[in-house]
Write a protein that binds this ligand. Structure first.
Ligand code: OGA
Ligand code: MN
Length: 301
């Protein structure tokens, strides 16, 4: 079978057909990896991968980032349906994290080690809405005018899930699970260089909340403006899911968000996440800086 790679009509993304991700030979794998680097996001329609097969495919890209502290669950369900079959209600914690996913973000930037890539298989999709949207942060950086590039060149932002959830009114007690911490926020440059392609891209998104050297209001408005500018055509792609479709995006240069849907309808996505390489995805945290004598000031507390 010869894979067919069809670029999507956007600055990122390609659709690959004529391939079985559950049974990849080395030549096919090389094609997929090259396409991943070139297009930054790949859609594989109608793969219907089991959790095990999705973990095996994801593992080709690197170690799996555990989304639960349980090595037996490398694939997790991102869903508004609970194990008992009921759908989540607004007062539930998981409901609020799903609502949070509807804001543009890069995965795990609030963890010391950010992710390399995200993988989703659609299992159950609502009749309308519930798409996943991607935005190309390479093309977004390239499209900035020279003044804006110069302004952000040396800036970094702190990233925090506590802060991004607080922005949508969801206040989470410290220690409430994956990534919710107010201390030890990673500090990441706004402009980053891809470890494989060498292309520059913007590292922004809803988890970014404070920029050392700027006051908080100015920082937030700069970050909001960058998201607004970045996530415009032709840099965006909307994945309209059919059950069985698989999509992978390069988390090192792509932002994503879930689109809203009627939460009385069930949506089940099978997710795996690939851990970043510490050489490029590990960020220093304010805790490290405190340990080395750093004193938080008014602008970076
Ligand atoms: C994710 C995510 C969006 C979606 O898996 O990290 O943000 O459409 N998912 O479910
Ligand atoms: Mn995500």
């Amino acid at each position: 079978m010869e894979p067919t790679i069809t670029p999507i009509d956007a600055t990122l993304g390609a659709t690959i057909t004529g391939i079985d991700l559950a049974d990849l030979d080395d030549i096919e794998w090389r094609r997929v990896e090259d396409a991943f680097h070139e297009y930054a996001a790949l859609v594989f329609p109608a793969q219907n991968l089991s959790a095990e097969a999705q973990v095996a495919f994801s593992s080709r890209f690197g170690d799996i980032e555990l989304l639960r502290p349980d090595p037996d669950h490398k694939a997790v369900s991102i869903s508004n349906q609970k194990p008992d079959g009921d759908v989540l209600k607004p007062e539930e914690h998981r409901y609020q994290t799903l609502r949070g996913n509807e804001g543009w973000h890069i995965d795990s930037t609030y963890m010391p080690l950010a992710a390399k890539a995200g993988v989703l298989t659609a299992k159950v999709v609502p009749p309308t809405g519930g798409e996943t949207e991607l935005a190309d942060m390479r093309a977004a950086y390239d499209a900035l005018d020279e003044d804006r590039k110069a302004r952000i060149e040396d800036l970094s932002a702190y990233h925090s899930l506590y802060e991004s959830q607080a922005k949508i009114g969801h206040i989470v007690e410290t220690g409430a699970g994956y990534g919710y911490h107010t201390k030890g926020a990673p500090l990441r440059p706004l402009v980053r260089t891809h470890p494989t392609t060498g292309r520059k891209s913007l590292c922004i998104g809803r988890h970014a909340y404070r920029i050392p050297g700027l006051d908080d209001a100015e920082a937030q408005s700069l970050l909001d403006d960058l998201i607004e500018f970045a996530c415009q055509p032709p840099r965006t792609y909307t994945q309209n899911w059919q059950p069985g479709d698989l999509m992978i995006w390069d988390n090192r240069c792509v932002m994503h968000r879930a689109r809203p849907y009627d939460f009385s309808e069930t949506r089940i996505m099978q997710a795996t996440r690939i851990a970043g390489d510490p050489a490029s995805e590990l960020a220093p945290t304010d805790r490290d800086e405190r340990a080395s004598g750093f004193e938080p000031s008014a602008s970076n507390r």
